[in-house]
Design a protein around this ligand. Structure first.
Ligand SMILES: C[S@@+](CC[C@H](N)C(=O)[O-])C[C@H]1O[C@@H](n2cnc3c(N)ncnc32)[C@H](O)[C@@H]1O
Length: 428
């Protein structure tokens, strides 16, 4: 397929996403099944077009004067893929799979200024979250929004139980991975422009052997900030598929004990294979049965709460969720988080540390939750996050990362990572 056919396909996929409220990945898969002639390169390019259109949905709609899928996909091609109304007109004329020719309004959208739009639209954030995001970012709102509308890098975490960065870099040399900026055991491959494909690293022999995991650098960093030491008793209370559990086990050198729990059996299911592949011997999975964690009350050195959240920090990867989030869902997550934090505090032994993590950039899910917990638990005190940073990354925390409440907030703009919040609290 050439670009015009890919544009037409991306418009169809985006229409499917918008009308049937489907996740992009599902709509792309369905399109691929119905169009088996399309190759992997076509599917990747169509995916890039759909994701790019959604990443900048608000500013594109403003520039094009329309929220229609066709307008959004054309905006992505005209404003960020290096095409012009003239190059598209020439290509469309020669391709029977091309969409209808550009209208004068669409042609004007190629260069339309968006400076007249509200700042929240220019930043490609949902308008109903304006006050919350302004509170989080202040005068950096536009820069934060633009970075959040970019494509994410592909980051890997070296599994220190089985490999070294050199060994993995050699195994993946064909993709030219580079060391990550902060995470000490990370490698990164920047996203390419236009129709560039993401390297398929999971087919690599090193992945099959458990030498590395795919994990955003931000996720690696909050795992490192948790500061788990060999010999610790650690409870990963929201373990899910085990991304943090694996990183903690690697940091602990398989010494001590990790209890990996999740209230959702389905989410926990992949953890068993992953632990095996990673050579983790110090993790016990606790399935969600009544009383599953009763024996751990008051005994744990580090309780890691990688809380269920809105996922606003991962909008680069899942831009459709940026426009689907509702005040009701945010309120539900806040109530889940408050309950889980209360629960988590029960497991701490005296002197133990609670590590609260979200992949959200919203203060309501971050500092605000911790403030409520602190006010109800005078025995808990915030840990000096700058000191935790120094010991995790052997360097001073860069300016601007600490939140007013004493946590740390990573973002695509600040650290080149997904958005992650981390706050640590020690029990007296
Ligand atoms: C952000 S995800 C965890 C991701 C995982 N830690 C990782 O790194 O791959 C949040 C998890 O919290 C779980 N969860 C939600 N409510 C919970 C509760 N009350 N107790 C324990 N886990 C809960 C969800 O099932 C979900 O798997």
């Amino acid at each position: 397929m050439r670009l015009p056919g890919r544009i037409a396909a991306a418009i169809d996929v985006l229409s499917d996403v918008e009308t049937r409220k489907r996740p992009v990945s599902e709509a792309l898969k369905a399109w691929g099944l119905n169009n088996r002639f399309a190759g992997a390169g076509d599917r990747a390019a169509i995916g890039n077009l759909v994701y790019d259109a959604l990443r900048r949905r608000a500013s594109y709609a403003f520039a094009m004067g329309s929220h229609e899928p066709r307008a959004l996909v054309l905006a992505a091609v005209l404003r960020h893929w290096g095409e012009t109304p003239e190059t598209l007109a020439a290509m469309f004329a020669e391709d029977t799979h091309a969409p209808a020719p550009l209208t004068p309004l669409e042609q004007a959208g190629a260069h339309a200024e968006v400076e007249a739009a509200p700042d929240i639209v220019q930043a490609d954030f949902p308008e109903w979250l304006a006050s919350s995001l302004k509170r989080a970012f202040g005068s950096d709102l536009a820069a934060e929004g633009q970075a959040m509308a970019g494509r994410p890098s592909l980051d890997l975490r070296i599994n220190a139980l089985k490999a070294t960065p050199e060994k993995v870099a050699k195994s993946l040399a064909r993709f030219s991975p580079q060391p990550t900026r902060y995470a000490l055991l990370g490698l990164t491959m920047p996203a390419g422009p236009g129709d560039a494909r993401t390297p398929n690293v999971t087919t690599d022999e090193g992945y099959q052997k458990g030498w590395f995991e795919v994990q955003d650098q931000g996720s690696q960093m909050v795992s490192a900030l948790a500061g788990a030491q060999p010999g610790d008793q650690v409870l990963d209370l929201c373990a899910g598929a085990g991304g943090k559990t694996l990183a903690l086990a690697s940091a602990m050198g398989n010494k001590g004990q990790i209890f990996a729990y999740d209230s959702d059996r389905n989410r926990l299911a992949p953890i068993y294979d992953r632990l095996k592949r990673n050579g983790v011997h110090n993790a016990q999975v606790r399935a969600p049965e009544p009383g599953a964690l009763d024996d751990l009350v008051g005994k744990i050195d580090r309780v890691v709460v990688d809380a269920p959240c809105t996922g606003t920090g991962t909008w680069r990867r899942r831009p459709d969720t940026k426009w689907k989030l509702t005040p009701e869902l945010l309120a539900q997550r806040q109530s889940d988080q408050a309950a889980i934090l209360e629960e988590a505090a029960r497991y701490l032994k005296p002197g133990g540390t609670l590590v609260y993590i979200t992949c959200s950039i919203l203060p309501e899910e971050n500092d605000d939750q911790v403030a409520v917990l602190l006010s109800a638990h005078p025995e808990l005190k915030s840990v000096d996050i700058a000191a935790a940073w120094r010991s995790a990354f052997i360097t001073d925390i860069p300016p601007g990362l600490m939140t007013p409440g004493g946590g740390v907030l990573l973002t695509p703009h600040r650290t080149g990572t997904d958005g992650f919040y981390c706050h640590m609290l020690r029990k007296a």
